[in-house]
Ligand binder design. Structure first.
Ligand SMILES: Cc1ncc(COP(=O)(O)O)c(C=O)c1O
Length: 369
């Protein structure tokens, strides 16, 4: 039993509901890879992977993340989206993971590791069609395939790319770029097939592409953020939020007018005020910049965070809450209380970032329940 009341509650049924939404968007015959990288976007990878057993694949960024799922007994196919790097080849083979491949050095190491284990290793080739991050550049793709032919223990089981702007409206410049990336991918796929490769799983879309570009779904879709209840774009069917972050009021103090709160004195009371101190701060992943902009639910009311958020604590003005707020009262930083809801989109807006960063940011110090 944790001593501190600050916790992140993960609604497993909501997660499963959102997977069903993804499955319905994908339609029949299209596999669904659930992105559980980044500790399942901060929700706890092992628990979420178990809850998402209806997914056909899991997507992790790191070989270590794949190994963690295997250690927990997860047997679903796992794609290592970040590749294997210099030191991951043996572990990939040992754990039965499927690496994304975009680098000749990685191919060489994987081929050696597969040979040593006496197996043929399935890999998913990745082409960079405009993300400028990972993937064989389109301009080098033919040459890469010439050289790839010598790796006799590797099998091209999948072929993928990743879009930079799949969440942008289709009629925007971002939409035009997604279609251009899709065209480049089709061109690369034709090149691959002309060389005699027949990847069984072609896949290109994340959540935004899943919602907006049915023609780019191919054999598998790779939603992440949508599973965790944040809509990637307009037109997303209703999702259920998965994460609630709550705590309890630590102390409440009555401050006179003109009293300052927190470091740097960025907030000064304009009137006699009741201010609650909460045991949560930026070391828990509640960003410092939320001070003086965010709202927290206490007594079913939206209450402003006042002063900068500290490492372990933050302060909330509860003057407007009709009932007397006391130590031990529930405070909801993300989620529902009574008729009120604070969404991850709102918090991201206050923090001038995206929901992904807020969700991934809750630290290990916050237990996932
Ligand atoms: C290669 C790849 N596929 C799929 C995803 C899932 O993306 P999203 O969370 O936007 O659905 C990601 C996440 O960044 C990714 O890097």
């Amino acid at each position: 039993m944790p001593i501190r009341p600050t916790a992140a509650h993960v609604d497993i049924e909501a997660l499963q509901h959102n997977l069903a939404v993804a499955r319905a968007l994908a339609g029949p015959g299209v596999a669904v890879l659930a992105a559980v990288k980044g500790d399942a976007y901060g929700h706890g990878a092992v628990r979420c992977a178990r809850a998402l057993e209806a997914a056909d694949w899991f997507g992790v960024a790191l070989v270590e993340e794949g190994a963690q799922l295997r250690d927990a007994g997860v047997q679903t196919p796992i794609l290592c989206l970040g590749g294997v790097g210099r030191y991951g080849a043996e572990e990939v083979v040992r754990r039965g993971l499927v690496p994304v491949l975009y680098d000749e050095g990685d191919a060489e190491r994987l081929d050696l590791a597969a040979q040593a284990a006496g197996v043929r290793l399935a890999v998913h080739l990745k082409v960079d069609t405009g993300m400028g991050r990972l993937g064989v550049p389109l301009s080098h793709f033919g040459r890469f395939l010439d050289r790839f032919a010598r790796f006799g223990s590797l099998e091209v089981a999948g072929f993928m790319t990743h879009y930079a702007t799949a969440d942008a409206p289709p009629d925007s410049a971002g939409g035009a770029f997604t279609r251009e990336q899709g065209r480049r991918y089709a061109e690369a796929l034709a090149t691959l097939r002309a060389r005699g490769y027949g990847p069984r799983l072609c896949h290109t879309v994340n959540s935004g592409g899943l919602v907006q570009y049915k023609s780019l779904h191919y054999d598998m879709v790779r939603p992440g953020i949508l599973l965790y209840g944040a809509a990637p774009c307009a037109g997303t069917p209703p999702l259920r939020p998965v994460l609630t972050v709550s705590t309890q009021v630590l102390v409440v103090r009555d401050l006179p007018a003109r009293a300052s709160v927190s470091y740097n004195r960025s907030f000064v009371t304009k009137r006699p005020s009741r201010v609650a101190t909460l045991p949560v701060g930026y070391a828990d992943g509640y960003p410092r910049c939320l001070g003086n902009v965010a709202e927290v639910l206490i007594g079913g009311r939206r209450c402003p965070v006042v002063g900068v958020v500290c490492m372990d604590l933050c302060m909330v003005d509860v003057t407007e809450v009709p009932q007397t707020v006391e130590a031990g009262d529930e405070a909801v930083l993300l989620g529902v209380q009574g008729d009120e809801r604070v969404t991850v989109e709102e918090i991201a807006g206050w923090a001038k970032t995206i929901p992904y960063e807020i969700l991934c940011g809750f630290s290990e110090r916050v237990p996932r329940l």
